[in-house]
Design a binder for this molecule. Structure first.
Ligand SMILES: [Zn+2]
Ligand SMILES: [Zn+2]
Length: 209
């Protein structure tokens, strides 16, 4: 059991202002690095400023705006990369290669660790439950620890992720949102773009909920 407080630090990166998150336990110098989407140098500086060293790079899904700095940071820190088993094969697929070229970003390496639904990931003194939440993409996941939900591009404050990209599926997104609705209302939502929210706020104001 882990009773230490889990903290997060948000770094919006790149043209699409993708949220990179540093997740850690208060007082610890180890963190999980979620969705380093671009601007490796800025992420590196934030890590230094926060006194944190990543032990694992974790991807909420495979889109290039969430993975553009993965290759560089995985090299710098020599850490493995984890993604859902359905996202992993897409990390280097032609659509992502095209998008990487369009944004001038480097394609991520293959995932070292494949995650599956309801798995509990233990790293950096924390336990995160992995929820497979397809819809925005086939291998989208949410990460759950205590009252924190890292929701990727599944759920945003006031909106949801688009489902018109390859592999997107609105019916599956709705089913994923239905699962999120089962969480306590005080759950804090840390989305892949934009400001944090709470489940209560989203139940009241998000038309997709
Ligand atoms: Zn996306
Ligand atoms: Zn995104």
């Amino acid at each position: 059991m882990n009773h230490k407080k889990v903290c997060y630090f948000r770094i919006p990166v790149g043209e699409l202002e993708t949220n990179t998150y540093l997740l850690h336990v208060s007082g610890s110098s180890s963190c999980l690095l979620v969705d380093p989407g671009a601007e490796a140098e800025r992420i590196k500086q934030s890590l230094q400023q926060q006194g944190l060293t990543p032990v694992l790079i974790l991807l909420t899904h495979c889109h290039i705006d969430h993975t553009g700095a993965v290759a560089e940071l995985a090299r710098i820190y020599a850490v493995p990369v984890a993604a859902h088993e359905k996202a992993a094969p897409l990390l280097q697929d032609p659509f992502n290669a095209e998008m990487a070229a369009a944004f001038g970003l480097e394609l991520p390496p293959a995932a070292d660790r494949l995650l599956c639904n309801d798995e509990v990931l233990t790293a950096a003194d924390m336990s995160w439950k992995i929820w497979h939440t397809p819809g925005h993409s086939p291998g989208s996941i949410c990460l759950l620890s205590g009252d924190l939900l890292v929701s990727g591009d599944t759920l945003f404050a006031g909106s949801v992720g688009r489902t018109d990209l390859p592999g997107g599926d609105f019916a599956r997104l709705q089913a994923s949102l239905d699962r999120i609705k089962t969480l306590p209302l005080h759950t804090r939502i840390l989305p892949g773009h934009g400001e944090a929210s709470t489940l209560e706020q989203e139940m009241r104001h998000n038309p997709f909920m």
